[in-house]
Design a protein around this ligand. Structure first.
Ligand SMILES: *Cc1c(COP(=O)(O)O)cnc(C)c1O
Length: 431
């Protein structure tokens, strides 16, 4: 049989760098041939060979209802008939802003954009404009899109400014970005002691999904909040992945339950709010958001921002996830997957643990949950790759890299979870 995935990959490689339009799709970390998706429905997709997979990527988060949800499909089809893009305001942009502000109390005003990268980049500019300060603090292992100032890894030693992780980013562009270890209270205290008066914002993934799945500890989150308040820096939550994915009120609602009165100052969103269409947003309190053009001096714009089809898709998705019991059911399904995998691994003597919140999860080939990027990256590559390919061969598609989170949708059934655990059990026997 000819391998259509391989044929398409060969064709793609001649035309598109690496054969893909976003690097992780290339299977570079795990080896082998990327699956070219032909179609998807519910919790499944089919590749170019017609092979079916249970999908635990869900477009890296957006597909919280699974693929082709009838209500979302209907909204998108109706919107398409009314026009693709106008470059003038539409009613649905107002409706989506109302929904976001209703669900996330820390946001008074919001601006819609087309990608998480754009939202993160614009939020940083706004934070700098609103505070009149230059420096930003981020954490190792957190991803906030591919804007120049954010492609930075920790420098040598504590509280030194970072080094670019990409060619094409001059050192001058990252000289104001400080990179610290996630969940390290001492480092954040030292950084604010030295640079506090110059820090425009502290940006964090509250539950980091770009180093597999690592929660910010409560004492760490509390200290970040206190230090930002004390030094007049804006505390920016990058909820592009966690927003409307881990809870209806986003990750900030999870921390508000653990830390009374907790709120971030800025929120960056994407993925689920577009329901699979290019849509993202950033929001904050009114006084900060009013610094943005056309009201204020911080420039930001977009030809396709608030696109009418994307807003229709996002609104229909947000409507579904507000139905009573939605997150309870999704959380239970996700937890049953993590628990099932953990039990299966333990039964085969494989070190394993996992964690989840709402419809987002992470699993590790460790006995204990890691607390930062350095620990996550001590995962034995060869073992993870064996797990990945073993599952793939058995029709289960997890992220093709050990530092990515996983996603469960409301379309995943108890049978899907049982099939996944059974497949994993076979693979664990070989590890
Ligand atoms: C996916 C992601 C981004 C970038 O969003 P894009 O739409 O891919 O540009 C930013 N931050 C976080 C936390 C993400 O998971």
């Amino acid at each position: 049989m000819t391998d259509r995935n391989q044929e398409l990959f060969d064709r793609a490689k001649a035309l598109i760098p690496g054969g893909v339009n976003s690097p992780v799709r290339a299977f570079k970390a795990v080896g082998g041939t990327p699956r070219f998706v032909q179609r998807a429905q519910g919790a499944y997709f089919w590749d170019a060979n017609g092979q079916k997979y249970i999908d635990y990527i869900g477009s890296w988060g957006p597909m919280i209802l699974g693929h082709g949800h009838p209500a979302v499909l209907e909204a998108v089809q109706k919107a398409a008939l009314e026009g693709f893009s106008f470059g003038a305001p539409t009613e649905r942009e107002v409706e989506l802003a109302e929904e976001i502000i209703k669900l996330v109390p820390s946001i008074d005003m919001v601006r819609l954009v087309s990608s998480g990268t754009e939202a993160g980049m614009s939020a940083i500019r706004l934070a700098r404009g609103a505070t009149g300060r230059k420096k930003i603090i981020k954490f190792e292992g957190c991803y906030h899109g591919h804007a120049d100032a954010l492609l930075v890894k920790a420098g040598s030693g504590l509280a030194t400014f970072g080094a670019a992780t990409s060619a094409g980013v001059p050192p001058e562009v990252v000289q104001h970005t400080l990179v610290l270890e996630y969940n390290n209270v001492e480092q954040i205290e030292a950084a604010f002691a030295e640079h506090g008066a110059d820090v425009a914002c502290l940006i964090i993934e509250p539950i980091a999904g770009n180093m597999n799945f690592v929660r910010a500890s409560v004492p760490f989150m509390k200290r970040c909040r206190e230090l930002c308040t004390e030094h007049g820096a804006l505390f920016a939550f990058d909820e592009v992945m966690t927003g409307f994915r881990v809870a209806l009120g986003c990750a900030q609602s999870v921390y508000a339950k653990l830390i009374p009165g907790f709120e971030p100052d800025m929120t960056i969103m994407g993925k689920v709010i577009g329901g699979g269409m290019p849509l993202a947003a950033f929001g904050a309190k009114r006084a900060v958001m009013e610094q943005l053009a056309p009201l204020g001096a911080v420039y930001q714009a977009g030809t396709l921002s608030g696109n009418p089809i994307a807003t229709a898709c996002g609104l229909a998705t947000l409507k579904e996830i507000q139905k009573p019991g939605f997150f309870e059911a999704l959380s239970a399904t996700t937890r049953s997957l993590v628990d099932g995998l953990t039990a299966a691994a333990k039964a085969e003597g494989v070190p394993f643990c996992g964690d989840s919140q709402g419809g987002m999860f992470g699993v590790f080939l460790f006995d204990e949950l890691p607390q930062n990027y350095a620990k996550v990256m001590t995962t034995e590559n060869a073992r993870f790759n064996k797990l990945f390919h073993g599952l793939l061969d058995r029709g289960v598609y997890i992220a093709p890299a050990l530092y990515e989170a996983g996603f469960v949708s409301s379309a995943h059934t108890a049978q899907d979870i049982a099939d996944t655990v059974a497949a994993a059990k076979e693979v664990f026997k070989t590890l």
